[in-house]
Design a protein around this ligand. Structure first.
Ligand code: FEO
Length: 395
């Protein structure tokens, strides 16, 4: 299947409706994904990116129905990660002398993964490739968005920005364009993608957005490497990114916990009640970490102004589900978040204290004191937990 994008540009990628896990099992993809590759057919024919390896043969066969492969003058590799370069070896078997335009870091990632000596042409920001008919592909390095090898490619006159992972979503939409997609699904997935993949690189993103805006490129279409293509008001996703990379928060508090015998869960509900009583306008999201998708919780944490994290104490420490969640949280380097901790205990009660230490190491601003309840909370304990919530709502 090939989809016309604009004039002589077509989408030649792969929609993957069945995908449920990405990056191994590190990222949940409830709505599938797509690997977007594009074919520019001007006086020169240029392929931009490929697809994930399991679809390599299908990709090459499909591409051959669109163009004589030997007539491909160049391949642009915006990013070497395998979901976009996985079909490159199969394609290069057939056209081994085709020049590949990519960043110096992409030469490193491609040779490191595929061990081939292809005809690499290293490009930097501002370099361009004349494709004929008065049009050029202009390259823009996108270092750390999200790999050191990432770049975007801009097609002049048609004003299409092939942005690779930036502005993408893990979202399999057979309609392929933002205006034809379910808007709730689209923005939910765009935010989840940002929160779980791009958040650690916010400083890079902020600088890059300013740099791209300063280039005064007319942008009619943003064509990312995953999900839908932004053709209706494409700058709306740029504006979202500008907000998301700037210490983003909404009026929301997320309470996340794991529990052994329901005590810590009961505290979570009491804390939520206290927050709500004090501030009925604040959105409150409550999750059992062990029973909820970690990427979905993290998206809610990203939206929140405060995370309240709980665990009972076992083995003088927190439950491993909570420890793993904190490890991921630290990796994401979120900014502008307050945090607190709580938990039930029977004997020693270290968990909320150790959670505090980990939250601080993850860069969150810890408030109040670790809230601990010995054994199961009675009415007095529940009242204390509620008062803890009330104090948190005032911070
Ligand atoms: Fe979609 Fe970083 O690959």
């Amino acid at each position: 299947m090939h989809i016309p994008i604009k004039n002589n540009v077509k989408w030649v990628g792969q929609i993957d409706t069945e995908l449920r896990q990405f990056h191994g099992s590190d990222f949940s993809t409830h709505k599938g994904s797509s690997y977007n590759a594009y074919l520019v057919q001007e006086e020169k024919t240029v392929l931009i990116d490929t697809v994930w390896k399991p679809f390599a043969d299908k990709f090459v066969k499909n591409l051959a129905t669109e163009v004589d492969l030997k007539k491909i003058d160049a391949i642009v590799v915006n990013h070497g990660e395998v979901d976009h370069s996985g079909a490159l070896p199969a394609l290069m078997e057939l056209i081994p002398d085709t020049p590949i335009y990519c960043t110096a870091n992409a030469v490193d990632s491609l040779t490191g993964q595929y061990h081939k000596e292809w005809d690499f042409h290293v490009v930097k920001t501002g370099d361009s490739l004349d494709v004929g008919n008065g049009k050029s592909l202009v390259f823009v390095e996108m270092k750390m968005l999200h790999w050191p090898d990432s770049m975007a490619t801009y097609l002049t006159q048609d004003n299409i920005l092939f942005s690779n992972d930036a502005f993408g979503q893990h979202f399999a939409s057979n309609t392929m364009f933002n205006d034809a997609a379910d808007q709730c699904d689209l923005f939910e997935e765009a935010l989840k993608y940002f929160a779980n993949i791009l958040t650690p690189y916010n400083a890079f993103l902020k600088r890059k957005l300013s740099e791209i805006l300063a280039m005064n490129l007319a942008i009619d279409i943003i064509a990312p490497s995953h999900g839908v293509i932004w053709r209706d008001n494409p700058m709306q996703i740029v504006e979202k990114y500008a907000a998301w990379c700037d210490a983003y928060q909404e009026n929301q508090i997320t309470i996340a916990y794991d529990t052994m015998w329901e005590g810590t869960r009961t505290l979570a509900d009491a804390i939520a009640a206290g927050i709500h009583e004090q501030d009925p306008d604040v959105a409150i999201k409550v999750f059992n970490i062990a029973k909820t998708d970690k990427n979905d919780i993290m998206t809610e944490v990203f939206k929140s102004k405060m995370l309240v994290l709980g665990s009972p104490t076992v083995g003088n420490d927190m439950l491993d589900s909570v420890a793993g969640f904190l490890h991921f949280l630290k990796e994401l380097k979120m900014k502008n978040k307050k945090a607190a901790s709580f938990g039930c205990y029977g004997w020693t009660g270290e968990a909320p204290i150790k959670i505090k230490e980990s939250l601080e190491k993850a860069g969150l601003a810890y408030v109040d004191e670790p809230f601990r309840n010995k054994w199961n909370p009675d009415n007095e304990g529940l009242l204390a937990a509620k008062e803890f919530g009330t104090r948190l709502a005032l911070l």
